[in-house]
Design a protein around this ligand. Structure first.
Ligand code: GLN
Length: 263
């Protein structure tokens, strides 16, 4: 019998259940991953939001860091949201250090530089609508279009927009994105596609501009008033925000299509 697509959710810390629901709403099977043996059984993995320093430590305590890095470099599709984006990044601009002065580590694989808690105190948590052009081509499944499973409060806002949209038009509805002490992406490698960006107030953008890093053809420093908040490269997808908390399903749907080689 055809085995259903199985997506693991790294379940060491963070919003595991919400991702599992989103994956199941897209018609795939979701399983928790805490051990290397469980990782071996999945086709793809989600690294959820939470606290990247804690998840980093726990992957090493649970002897998962090595197997995770191996599977990522062997081509396993991975979607990281928020802390998960940090864990996928090859570089952190401002890594936290522990009491012994050791900098936090990442699993890596995605040729980006992220800045943690980048949006600053006043906007540590905020919501905004994002243009997400890649979703305009998506053929959305009925399961996704019909899903109303999560967060009644958030859906109360989203529902009128969704109700107005026809099945064909819904993919051009902007992504309502929730940012919770979120990172942003301030450098992308040549293989990395920016899927969505936020516009910063000029004052917020200023300190990170003109850091003197030379531009070359391999890498691009993101300057000015925009910062990338959704990126992908080959089998890896990352968002600064949390689509799993708003009932938004199109990002998980995109990930499933990436796993299937359809996007
Ligand atoms: N919501 C989140 O995942 C927050 C990420 C957190 N600021 C970190 O550095 O890990």
């Amino acid at each position: 019998m055809h085995r259903p697509l199985t997506v693991g959710i790294l379940a060491l810390q963070g919003d595991v259940r919400e991702h599992a629901r989103a994956i199941e709403a897209c018609g795939a099977r979701a399983v928790s991953v805490r051990r290397a043996a469980e990782l071996a059984d999945v086709d793809a993995l989600i690294l959820p939001g939470g606290e990247s320093t804690t998840i980093d430590k726990l992957t090493r305590i649970f002897s998962l860091a090595g197997p995770l890095k191996e599977r990522i470099s062997a081509g396993m599709p991975v979607y990281g949201s928020c802390a998960g984006m940090i864990l996928l990044a090859d570089e952190i601009a401002d890594p936290a250090t522990d009491r012994d002065g050791n900098a936090q580590q990442t699993l890596g694989g995605l040729d980006i530089t992220v800045r943690r808690n980048a949006f600053g105190r006043q906007r540590e948590s905020f919501e905004t609508d994002l243009d997400f052009a890649v979703l305009n081509d998506a053929v959305l499944s009925t399961a996704v279009l019909n899903d109303r499973a999560l967060s009644p409060a958030a859906l109360a806002n989203a529902a009128p927009v969704e109700a107005k949209a026809s099945n064909h038009a819904r993919s051009s509805v902007p992504v309502h994105a929730v940012f919770i002490r979120a990172p942003w992406v301030e450098r992308v490698g040549a293989s990395v596609e920016v899927l969505a960006s936020v516009q910063l107030p000029a004052a917020a953008a200023a300190p990170d501009n003109g850091s003197g890093q030379p531009e070359n053809t391999r890498t691009a420093r993101i300057e000015g008033n925009t910062r990338a908040v959704a990126v992908r490269s080959r089998h890896l997808l990352a968002t600064s925000f949390h689509p799993e908390v708003t009932g938004e399903r199109r990002i998980h749907e995109l990930f499933i299509r990436m796993i299937r080689g359809e996007a």
